[in-house]
Design a protein around this ligand. Structure first.
Ligand code: SF4
Ligand code: SF4
Length: 338
């Protein structure tokens, strides 16, 4: 569909938010509190911020929950009775104020969950989200979207993209049929496209490395001393994976109480020592440098090769969250020169 542009005034944006809520939509939107910004479930419009650089947590949870119930089961002497989860009951969500890197993160996840095997748990949730993006007008030293093929005003993964203009009003780019349906339902709030373009209202994020060059260099770097030298301080806490919008490692666990049980899919991390341990006790990735290497190779070598997508959208969350200051951008810049 060809992208259509409209103007939505600041006051009309509030009306759009409230109209969506009045129609029964549940909205996740960024809210700042005590110096931190996080996506909050169904806040009031007055709480929503348009001024943040990045939330600590991504919106990955909306399509790939931290803990997802896959099935329920009951065992007795005659066998096992399995009850499927009714995926038609998945709730519709509007994701509001999503920065372009995060919106593109859904495509990275899609390339994993909808690759050879189509994961219906993921897909049911993906179908039920509408993404109202917000171009970035601010960035920090951890942002590197332009080095991974994205940009602060990119439309990838958005149904509508908003860009704040110098007047305080917003340019609305309507990208998909889902976005068009939202605009059609509230057509009185949208006006003729402004003459001001979004380009002058975006954060300046300079490209710092070529991801193609990094991918090329990784092909011969499996045994390189780089991995040991650059992971000595990693404590394997997994924070980088949990905040990452594109990390998709999970573990499946059965939890039982008496004869009843649930099969749960839980977030995991290739940075954890237990992630690859075998029942025999053998661990093919026995030291942290092998786990760090896996994280980078998966995102910048295996995914481009197998999924035709990078596993990183340059949001910088992992660097901001790391308790020992491991900086992925610095490492990727070094890997480009390897
Ligand atoms: S957050 Fe930092 S210390 Fe924790 S696993 Fe990731 S890189 Fe290692
Ligand atoms: S690896 Fe780090 S910078 Fe890349 S998408 Fe994940 S959290 Fe963001």
């Amino acid at each position: 569909m060809e992208i259509e542009k409209k103007l939505i005034k600041k006051a009309s944006l509030e009306k759009l938010f409230e109209k969506l809520q009045a129609k029964g939509n549940k909205i996740f939107a960024p809210v700042s509190k005590d110096g931190k910004t996080e996506f909050q479930y169904n806040p009031s419009y007055a709480e929503v911020t348009y001024d943040h650089i990045q939330t600590t947590q991504s919106l990955k949870n909306t399509v790939f929950p931290k803990i997802e119930n896959l099935i329920r089961f009951k065992t007795d002497r005659s066998g096992v009775e399995v009850t499927e989860v009714d995926l038609t009951q998945v709730q519709s969500l509007v994701l509001w104020g999503v920065h372009p890197c995060d919106a593109a993160g859904f495509n990275a996840l899609k390339s994993i969950f909808m690759w050879d095997y189509k994961d219906e748990y993921f897909n049911s949730r993906l179908q039920k989200i509408a993404v109202i993006g917000l171009s970035c007008h601010k960035s920090d030293d951890n942002c590197f979207c332009t080095s991974v093929g994205l940009n602060p005003g990119g439309t990838q993964g958005c149904d509508i993209l908003l860009t704040k203009l110098s007047s305080g009003d917003f340019l609305a780019e309507i990208i998909t049929e889902k976005g068009k349906a939202i605009v059609t339902e509230a057509s009185e709030l949208f006006e003729t496209a402004p003459s001001e373009t979004k380009e002058g209202n975006l954060a300046q994020v300079n490209q710092q490395f070529s991801h193609e060059k990094v991918t090329k260099n990784l092909a011969g770097a499996f045994e390189h001393p780089f991995w040991v030298e650059n992971s000595l301080r990693c404590i394997g806490c997994g924070a980088c994976a949990f905040v990452c919008p594109a990390c998709a490692c999970f573990d499946i666990q059965d939890e039982t109480k008496g004869k009843n049980g649930k099969r749960l899919r839980c977030w995991d991390s290739c940075g954890f020592g237990l992630f690859t341990i075998h029942t025999s006790g053998h661990n093919p990735r026995e030291v942290q440098s092998q786990r760090w290497r896996q994280r980078i190779l998966h995102k910048f070598s295996y995914m481009p090769e197998r999924n035709e997508s990078l596993g990183c959208i340059g949001c910088g969350r992992c660097s901001r969250a790391c308790p020992v200051d491991m900086n992925i951008l610095e490492q990727l810049v070094s890997l480009e020169k390897l």
